[in-house]
Design a protein around this ligand. Structure first.
Ligand SMILES: CN(C)C(=N)NCCC[C@H](N)C(=O)O
Length: 289
């Protein structure tokens, strides 16, 4: 099992994440809190109340964890393609896999990475939703979680070991098909602008990676909203009975538009994050080729 894809996935995931985290923090707050009138309002209030650091809350943990999740995603994707087509990453330019194989490998990677992602994503969402300023006015209550480790221990103690996988089923439904779309979109766009047998240019990789991110996140947004709400439900004791109950009650209370909350910011974030992720992934593998 070639290990370099896992290492390249790790490094490229970390690079993409730092670039995208401020967008992600705004998205999570728009999806789970009703105090903001929109993206700009959320950004202005976050900056005024918490300074620039407010946009990077909950990032220390994902740097290690989401990078590892991206490593699993790209490693499982590439090795599933190896199993399906008997071609390595380098050989695939000369012998491109079918889109069915790419979609199957993407869905497989998407499914497997969920079970690494779920606890880390839960902690990230819980920390991102803490809107207290760092310099707290005297007498104001401290934030519930002091940091990622305290958050993990608190969830484990208050909600049990399964509490750390709150939202995992919604994540599975969100990521399995959309990661198939993610890799098919990337491969299709690369092949449209690259001669047969050639490696795509850096510009092609950036554009194809960016639009693969947008396409997959656009499809993922409705379940992304449900996932974030299920993850926050355990905190506010507003327990939903599951994904369907959360979908129905959200739609009843806030209309169908609730499923597209965060779509704009998701798409704005997805382009640079995934452009950088694919570029660094491709060029690391080529340099190790
Ligand atoms: C629609 N989904 C869930 C995805 N496309 N996931 C894969 C991209 C992951 C990348 N690190 C990012 O955070 O965008």
């Amino acid at each position: 099992m070639p290990v370099e894809e896992f290492v390249a996935g790790w490094i490229s995931g970390a690079l993409g994440l730092v670039l995208g985290h401020p967008f992600d923090t705004v998205k999570v707050r728009l999806q789970t809190q009703t105090t903001y009138r929109g993206i700009i309002d959320c950004m202005v209030k976050t900056y005024r109340h918490e300074s620039l650091l407010g946009f990077f809350k909950g990032m220390s943990f994902p740097i290690a964890s989401i990078a590892m999740v991206n490593s699993v995603l790209f490693g499982v994707y590439s090795n599933t393609l190896l199993a399906l087509t008997a071609t390595s990453h380098q050989e695939r330019r000369a012998q491109p896999p079918s889109y069915i194989h790419v979609f199957t490998a993407g869905c497989t990677g998407g499914f497997v990475q969920v079970y690494c992602l779920a606890p880390f994503d839960l902690i990230k969402v819980r920390l991102q939703n803490q809107t207290e300023p760092r310099a707290r006015p005297p007498g104001s209550p401290p934030p519930r979680y002091r940091g990622p480790v305290h958050c993990a221990v608190s969830i484990f103690q208050e909600e049990g070991p399964r509490g750390l996988f709150r939202g995992a089923w919604a994540l599975t439904l969100r990521d399995t098909p959309t990661l198939g779309i993610y890799f098919v979109t990337y491969e299709w766009l690369c092949r449209q602008s690259t001669r047969d047998g050639q490696d795509p240019s850096p510009a092609t990789v950036l554009v194809a990676g960016g639009f693969a991110g947008i396409a997959s996140w656009a499809v993922a947004t409705p379940l992304d909203v449900i996932k974030s709400r299920l993850q926050m439900a355990g905190l506010k004791r507003r327990a939903y009975r599951g994904v369907l109950d959360c979908m129905v009650s959200s739609a009843r209370q806030e209309g169908l538009g609730v499923f597209f909350r965060g779509l704009t910011i998701n798409s704005a974030r997805a382009f640079p994050v995934n452009a950088v992720t694919f570029l660094s992934y491709e060029y690391l593998l080529r340099s190790w080729g």
